[in-house]
Design a protein around this ligand. Structure first.
Ligand SMILES: C[S@@+](CC[C@H](N)C(=O)[O-])C[C@H]1O[C@@H](n2cnc3c(N)ncnc32)[C@H](O)[C@@H]1O
Length: 261
């Protein structure tokens, strides 16, 4: 049967975006992407100095490195970024589905981070880094209102982008429902909540937990708040209780790994 025009266009858009490449830069991000067998790599540009430092990773990748003059580095950088003499053009990683990444299994309490319209690549990079450190299953964000994989994000993630599943989904509310159906309790992080994070975690001890965090200005949207099972706060000593979202993620990821006495 002939496919309708809108289906063909949608497929073309998906194929085009799958073929898009980004430049990763900085030693950690480039080294870890060179060592990742799942990464599709296109082009590697390094200074002589960086080529020496990354020699092992370059050899492991089997890539041909183009050696460039640091003063005339031929790679488009994100504004305000520095390349540290190493840049690698890559395709985005395909992490598979929420079910594949977030399925409960052995090895402690499963924890997932969900981000409600957090678009700052530095915040998302830092969250990916913390998520990897604390063993989260995945970081989930809505595809249209989140930070895409960029050099700035990868540099802040400091290699975690290669190991920590970053799932950009079509609809965050549906993704949260999917997690709930998989047995996750949905804890929305909100500074003004009545309940403490520790109490929220203890109330569902042992259950997989999704920590849902909001963006810097607006915080959690109303719809997201309603989808969560409960709202919890990280208690603060002073009157000004609002943490940067990546710090709130790190604190709550740490707390989720703790077992109550
Ligand atoms: C800078 S805050 C957003 C502040 C926003 N004006 C609000 O009213 O929620 C960014 C996100 O970090 C998390 N967060 C920051 N401080 C928190 C705290 N003390 N307790 C719980 N979550 C916090 C929340 O998820 C929040 O949406």
């Amino acid at each position: 049967m002939k496919k309708p025009k809108w289906v063909i266009e949608k497929e073309q858009a998906r194929r085009a975006s799958a073929a898009e490449t980004v430049w990763l830069f900085g030693h950690h991000a480039v080294r870890d992407a060179l060592m990742n067998p799942d990464r599709t790599r296109v082009r590697l540009v390094v200074t002589r100095n960086a080529a020496d430092k990354l020699a092992e990773a370059i050899a492991a990748s089997g890539m041909e490195a183009e050696v460039a003059d640091p003063r005339n580095f031929p790679v488009p950088l994100d504004p305000g970024s520095v390349h540290q003499g190493a840049a690698l053009e890559v395709k985005a990683l395909d992490w598979g589905s929420i079910t594949e990444c977030c399925m409960a299994g052995s090895g402690g309490r499963p924890v997932v981070v969900a981000l409600d319209r957090v678009t700052d690549p530095h915040n998302v990079g830092a969250i990916l880094r913390s998520a990897e450190v604390f063993g989260a299953r995945a970081v989930i964000a809505p595809a249209r209102h989140s930070a895409p994989e960029t050099g700035a994000l990868a540099k802040t993630a400091s290699g975690a982008l290669e190991r920590q599943p970053y799932l950009r989904v079509r609809n965050l509310a549906s993704a949260l429902e999917e997690l709930r159906n998989m047995g996750y309790v949905l804890l929305g992080l909100a500074g003004e909540a009545d309940l403490d994070l520790a109490e929220g975690l203890a109330a569902h001890d042992g259950r997989p937990v999704a920590l849902v965090l909001g963006a810097e200005g607006p915080g959690l949207r109303e719809k997201t708040r309603e989808t969560c099972d409960m709202l919890v706060r990280i208690p603060a000593a002073g009157n000004f209780g609002s943490l940067n979202v990546s710090n709130a993620a790190a604190v709550s990821l740490y707390a989720a790994q703790m077992r109550p006495d």
